[in-house]
Design a protein around this ligand. Sequence first.
Ligand SMILES: Cc1cc2nc3c(=O)[nH]c(=O)nc-3n(C[C@H](O)[C@H](O)[C@H](O)COP(=O)(O)OP(=O)(O)OC[C@H]3O[C@@H](n4cnc5c(N)ncnc54)[C@H](O)[C@@H]3O)c2cc1C
Length: 341
Amino acid sequence: MQVAIDTEALIIGAGPIGLFQAFELGLLGVDCHIVEALDRPGGQCTELYPDKPIYDIPGTAYTTAEDFIQQLLAQIKPFGTEIHTGQTVESLTRNDNGDYVATTETGSVFTAKKIFLATGAGAFTPVKLRVDGIEQFNNKQVHYRSLEKQQLAGNNVVIVGDNNTAVHCAIDACDHAKSVVLLHRKRRLDATTESLAVLEQLVANHRIEQIKGKITSYTGNSSLQKIAIQKSTDHTQEYDVDQLIVKLGNSPKQSDLDGWGVATTARHIPVDTAHYQSELPGVFAVGDINIYPAKRKLILCGFHEATLAAFSATASLRPEKPLHLQYTTTSTELQKRLGIT
Ligand SMILES: Cc1cc2nc3c(=O)[nH]c(=O)nc-3n(C[C@H](O)[C@H](O)[C@H](O)COP(=O)(O)OP(=O)(O)OC[C@H]3O[C@@H](n4cnc5c(N)ncnc54)[C@H](O)[C@@H]3O)c2cc1C
């Protein structure tokens, strides 16, 4: 087990609400870290609809979901909030000091006085490749993340997926790999026009072989050697493979909140609307994961929740210091935290 990272506040989930939670805590001078299951921040915005327009962010007539997340990241930059990506919090307990201890599946440990659950629709986890027995090669020759160029060098690489990430992965791989196959199930790839144009060129130049089909079986005992790709009902062909990269997208899986001791109702966390705190003292729930009368799963509602939760947590962390409302327009204290003065 690694050395614990000790922080005043830990935010679980780097979706839009988790990111704004970090902003509100930073503004109030509270030190925080964020843990995120995905390998980048953004939650549903970047995972489910990055190129789609959002029209109902106050003061912003129009933004794409991707740009919106970039703006939220820019907003928290002055606080230097660390975002620990690619890590899913698996358990939440309390230590003898009464602090919360969050542990991730990769063995990272965080201790915090306050927890902010911004877990939204759940931890986004990769959709698994369904070929009997192939999971024995996971993290050795079957990967759900992109590989470094030295892991690709001189290898026969097969990338499975229909999306933009899969196309990008194939394009990036062909500069280093011995051979690259992009294997997809759908007739049309779900990728940007720019990526498709680059892919078309690389396919025309025989640098990438693009195949519509599915893996039906593999050969190899101690190591993966070949895969059988079914191209049509009566045609299956074997391909050499050294590295198999799976990019079938991510689907959300809700954490075991009950196991963490956080009470839930219909898989959501009931909160009071003054503090947005769960029944567990010091554990707040903001954004899509919480529930209260008239709850609406909208980003702007989550922003309000994060603001009041930050005030409540800060008042409890610093009981000796009255927490006055200050404006960013006029407060030198806030502007100092924002690095403006
Ligand atoms: C297609 C679509 C269009 C939408 N359009 C709009 C719109 O126009 N306006 C609007 O207001 N809303 C819109 N929404 C809703 C909006 O996206 C959600 O309300 C918002 O994303 C909720 O943010 P969140 O931060 O609470 O949760 P999420 O965005 O779900 O983010 C939660 C994050 O927490 C991470 N996580 C969860 N559990 C763990 C764990 N145990 N450990 C580590 N990380 C974890 C997840 O991986 C995820 O990244 C839309 C939603 C969809 C699907």
